[in-house]
Design a protein around this ligand. Structure first.
Ligand code: COA
Length: 155
């Protein structure tokens, strides 16, 4: 049976499914963990993909400064990778950034090719002091960060 996949803003009722999706990646060391409380507090920043009422992907937008937002917590559920959903969610987040009139969108990632395919460029992470002072100071990997910074200019 073919079912439709939709992309929408997250709702408070998505918190548990979001928590489980993000926590599974956090345990693998490829995402920062987010508590249920933090997810609820920032639920408006999340976009989710859904199929037949099941949450199958997510991503969020975090403002780092007046002219910069970051894509965070981007992940698809097992069995749903490579189907264009990551691209769909990134495009939705880019549209949100545009609506906020923010000119730059960045991410710290291991999935470099995915972002390059979506029009991002690899840059030195040191060009984002805003990122270092909000998140990295709390990260256990801060002195040995192996994630790659990518950025896209939105005109
Ligand atoms: C990375 C991720 C979000 C991409 O979403 P997706 O729905 O699988 O990606 P799409 O189908 O939209 O795009 C697929 C393209 O991106 C590339 N890609 C997908 N995952 C990738 C990865 N981990 N590393 C490098 N490139 C990747 C593929 O090569 C593919 O290119 P192709 O279409 O030419 O074959 C998803 O694979 C995922 O959840 N990965 C685990 C969590 C993660 O690494 N999140 C990123 C944190 S910033």
């Amino acid at each position: 049976m073919n079912t439709t996949i939709t992309c929408r803003k997250a709702l408070p009722t998505d918190v548990e499914a979001l928590y489980e999706l993000i926590q599974a990646y956090a345990l693998q060391g490829i995402m920062l963990p987010r508590s249920r409380e933090a997810l609820l507090r920032h639920i408006d920043s999340f976009v989710v993909a859904e199929e037949a009422g099941r949450l199958i992907g997510c991503g969020s937008l975090f403002r780092l400064g007046a002219d910069l937002v970051e894509i965070r917590s981007l992940g698809m559920a097992d069995g749903y990778k490579g189907k264009g959903l990551g691209t769909m969610i990134v495009n939705a987040l880019i549209e949100e950034a545009r609506a906020l009139q923010v000119p730059k969108i960045m991410a710290l990632t291991y999935a470099v090719d995915f972002f390059v395919k979506n029009g991002f460029s690899v840059v030195e992470k040191e060009i984002f002091p805003e990122k270092v002072w909000t998140d990295c100071v709390h990260c256990s990997k801060q002195h040995a960060c192996d994630e790659i910074a990518v950025v896209k200019l939105l005109s």
